[in-house]
Design a protein around this ligand. Structure first.
Ligand code: DSN
Length: 437
């Protein structure tokens, strides 16, 4: 273990243990998932599918992938699953390639309003370049604007409507999405990457009765390895009996080569864990914690996008303090021992790189065993950081802004108030081991 990489891993382990992770898409996996990820399964090539591989020696891998597929199908109540996507972005692309021809129209939620790059973000993404993209938005109360969605859908006749997000704090009404999709004869694809764990625990409406295809990453609230899965629902198969085969072909040979077999095994284990009563309690606590954190922040005078949360995440709107403060607040929070990510808000007047919000969520702290009491303390710390560092405005001029942020970062690293909070954070995290699960 002499390689420098191992010492860096130790440092990263220390960082994760000592700090409070509030990035809503991050989590920590169980010992069993962790064990299979560093197993001999990584050594094997298995291009193709169970029983029809391009390489010999896949007798065991076939059984592992069969188990993963069967467990996922049972957990979600769907007739078809593919567990080979490397992650959410290629999984979404594979779905589009299975359902659309290049140049046909896709509709997804705007990135600045909580959507995802791969949901048709124009120009810079594959989904926005190979397909014609029309993006829908949210209303003044930060909920999906179904009136606008329906109007746009009737005008542009999309082939695919994506119901999904990455920074949207409310439950998605899949039933309403279905109605719009039916009005224009579009496929409905649900990207539930963020809320999968909540869905399987009954803490979020399931897309399965409404969507044709469901995609999810496996490492967020689902607590599995970094990967993804694509499900075809009974409704989807009824519309096109070949849909499962089309998804399979879009993954390989369409987009990918050999599946990551260690990840496949991890998905099988995570799917079993997600079906337990223990997991259900975990998912309930994620939401309770998010609610407690949101309540405390509001009590401390902090504004949240849409006024709160119904899920595992919320977005702090820093606009009352100034435009574009997300960068400095997220940096200062990290110095104070609480890491999150800067994020746009629906009414963004800054830019994606210098946005006016910070996105936070509770899956990881809940995995560590933290409850409402700890959330209230975290909310108080975050409010202290915001009050402390939001006194100076981010300059609009690019050169001045870069200099301001360089100076700000230098100062923040030695800031007494931020370092005092960091010490308090360390005392708290010491009581909640990262690997408690
Ligand atoms: N990067 C993921 C997230 O943080 O939500 C989405 O791809």
């Amino acid at each position: 273990m002499a390689d420098q990489i191992f010492s860096l891993i130790k440092q990263e382990e220390k960082r994760q243990k000592e700090l409070i992770g509030l990035i809503p898409s991050e989590n920590t996996v169980s010992d069993d998932v962790s064990a299979v990820l560093s197993s001999v399964l990584s050594n094997k090539y298995s291009e193709g599918y169970s029983g029809r591989r391009y390489y010999e020696g896949n007798q065991i891998i076939d059984q592992i992938e069969d188990l993963a597929v069967e467990r996922v199908k049972e957990l979600f109540g769907v007739p078809y699953a593919n567990v080979q996507p490397y992650s959410g972005s290629p999984a979404n692309l594979a779905i589009y390639f299975a359902l659309m021809q290049p140049g046909e129209t896709i509709m997804g939620l705007k990135l600045s309003m909580g959507g995802h790059l791969t949901h048709g973000h124009p120009q810079v993404t594959a989904s926005g370049r190979f397909f014609k993209s029309v993006q829908y938005g949210v209303t003044a109360n930060a909920r999906v604007d179904f009136v606008e969605l329906s109007k746009l859908a009737k005008k542009h006749k999309p082939k695919v409507i994506v119901a999904g997000n990455t920074a949207y704090p409310f439950e998605l009404d899949f039933k309403k999405f279905r109605q719009v999709a039916d009005e224009v004869g579009a496929w409905l694809v649900a990207d539930i990457s963020h809320v999968t764990g909540l869905v399987v625990a009954g803490e979020h409406i399931s897309p399965v009765p409404y969507a044709d295809v469901v995609m999810s990453t496996t490492h967020k609230t689902f607590r599995g390895p970094r990967g993804a899965m694509i499900l075809v629902t009974s409704r989807g198969l009824k519309k096109d009996a070949e849909l499962g085969k089309k998804i399979d072909s879009a993954i390989i040979p369409g987009l990918q080569g050999g599946p990551h077999n260690a990840t496949t095994a991890g998905i099988a284990i995570a799917a079993k864990e997600a079906g337990t009563a223990k997991f259900k309690k975990y998912a309930q606590q994620i939401r309770r914690n998010a609610q407690a954190l949101a309540d405390e922040l509001i009590k401390q005078g902090i504004t949240l996008v849409g006024g709160g949360t119904e899920t595992h995440l919320m977005v702090i709107d820093l606009t009352p303090f100034g435009v574009g403060l997300g960068t400095q607040v997220a940096f200062a929070m990290d110095v104070a021992g609480i890491y999150a990510n800067r994020n746009t808000v629906p009414t963004e007047q800054g830019s994606p790189f210098y946005p006016s919000g910070v996105r936070i969520g509770t899956p990881l702290v809940t995995s560590r065993g933290m409850k409402e009491k700890e959330m209230r303390r975290i909310g108080q710390w975050i409010a202290r950081v915001i009050e402390h560092v939001s006194t100076e405005q981010l300059p609009r001029n690019k050169t001045e802004r870069q200099k301001f942020l360089r100076d700000f970062r230098k100062k923040a690293l030695h800031d007494r108030e931020l370092l005092a909070i960091r010490r308090e954070v360390k005392t708290l995290t010491a009581k909640f081991p990262l690997f408690k699960w």
